[in-house]
Design a protein around this ligand. Sequence first.
Ligand code: ATP
Length: 274
Amino acid sequence: SMHRGYQVAVEKTNWDDVGGLAEVKKQLKQAVEWPLVYKSTFLRLGLKPPRGILMYGPPGCSKTTLVKVIASISGASFLSINGAQLYSPYVGDSEKVIRETFQRARASAPSIIFLDETEAIVGKRNLGQGGGSSGDSVQERVLSTLLNEMDGVETAENVLVIGATNRPDMLDAALLRPGRFDRLIYVPPPDVDARLDILKIHSRKTPVSDEVDLRVIAMLTEYYTGADLQNICREAAMMALRRDPDAEQVTMQDFEEALATIPPSITQDILDSY
Ligand code: ATP
């Protein structure tokens, strides 16, 4: 039943569930909430809401989570296409999936179409194909179908396309022309304050002892992603359990031992590539 269309139920989340990223949140609010909330002002001033927003940056730094927050808050229908799944033999006709997703989005507008792993959906044409221009690969047909649909989405229809990618360099340039992805938002890895925020968010439901100082952990975790920090919180609680099956609190030592077992996902080279 989930083979095509991909209308997805959205769990309730909000901006507070995402640590740090004040600037990114502000940009997203302006791009997504304002056109909905101040619709008549937009029309009056001749402003056009963006049709496509592309979020890019290192993996595990909350691009997907941010899209879910937007969908949850705006109450828009949420449709999702995953790059890795799109070309699976079980899915079959990939172009049809794209067309049908846009049809459904229009029919249930206002709606958001999320292109997860956008580079896997529409990567650069003819990569590694020995220079031979086939002109008719599935990837190329998917790209032209997507461009067609994005060009056809009238602003009045209230369909917003949001892409997320770790590899913006792999995207076909045609996607970045005006009227397609017209906002590009870099989602950076968390700085020390954001890391503290994220550690607090992911230990909200965990009793921690008084001597736990999450700021110390935040300072020791440069190059850790939000996903890494979430793992540290989970692992710290596991450490407490291993230490004492009757443990009631997670201690600073549990956090330190958890930190020692989980390496950072990001390197300076990865950051320099954006
Ligand atoms: P990928 O490109 O690998 O899909 P992503 O940038 O989309 O990564 P998410 O899937 O949103 O990242 O994040 C992975 C997990 O890490 C999420 O489950 C989320 O709970 C946690 N996480 C990441 N960043 C943050 C953050 N800023 N605040 C709170 N949790 C975060």
